[in-house]
Design a protein around this ligand. Structure first.
Ligand code: SF4
Length: 224
């Protein structure tokens, strides 16, 4: 676990961390509710700066009125704003929903595309959202990098980068493709529940023995 850790040693450590997290979080899926690729995309757009629970409260009414990209493409923005107002940033999210729906209708016949290249061309869709779609809808391994994953992959010493695309590449080199989506989902859960940004609960952490930062973050925070 030193800074000179070899790649094979790091791969073994990543496998141990992955196994420990799989035991702790057997179900590694996003907690957003959706029934179709479009609904997964829409819910993921709404989840920016908002809890999944809150998104799940608004999407039943949204999807009842606007169930797919075609319906959303022709929607009255004010009506959508009203339906999603509690998720925050509702004006921007409404713009993203309608613009991406229009692109999907015009360029993809109403079907959400299934490649990273096409997904990131949609308004409001970055690599994180694209990887959620690829991994959860199309069964294509994708490494989802959000704020928790960025923090935890750094603390665990699996990458020194803070750039999402680089983090994806570095982690993909350490783990088999079948682990990419579930591992990133599990890191998000660990980040939400244990490895907090300021006061990580290292004493309760199942990957502590494989973490180079065990106890370090808390000590440096309390020393300030
Ligand atoms: S040991 Fe501490 S710093 Fe390392 S992953 Fe666990 S909670 Fe985070």
């Amino acid at each position: 676990m030193s800074s000179r850790e070899s790649v094979p040693a790091m791969k073994k450590r990543a496998a141990r961390v992955s196994a420990a997290l799989a035991k702790l979080y057997p179900k590694a899926r996003i907690s957003l509710d959706f029934a179709t690729p479009w609904q997964c995309l829409a819910a993921t757009i709404l989840s920016a700066q908002c809890t999944d629970e809150r998104v799940n409260q608004v999407t039943p009414a949204l999807f009842q009125e606007f169930p797919d990209a075609r319906a959303t493409a022709g929607a009255d923005p004010e009506r959508i704003q009203k339906l999603i107002v509690t998720t925050g940033f509702f004006r921007q999210k409404t713009k993203s929903l309608i613009a991406s729906a229009r692109m999907i209708v015009e360029r993809h016949g109403g079907e959400v595309p299934s490649t990273m290249e096409e997904l990131v061309k949609l308004t409001g869709v970055g690599r994180k959202t694209a990887n959620v779609i690829l991994g959860h809808v199309y069964g294509k391994p994708g490494f989802v990098v959000d704020t928790h994953v960025r923090r935890l992959t750094g603390r665990l010493g699996f990458t020194r980068s803070t750039e999402p695309a680089e983090i994806e590449t570095h982690l993909q080199a350490l783990l088999p493709p079948s682990d990419w989506t579930p591992f990133s989902m599990r890191l998000i859960l660990l980040g939400r529940q244990v490895c907090y940004a300021r006061q990580p609960r290292c004493d309760d952490c199942v990957v502590a023995k494989d973490c180079p930062k065990i106890g370090v973050v808390r000590k440096s925070a309390s020393a300030k």
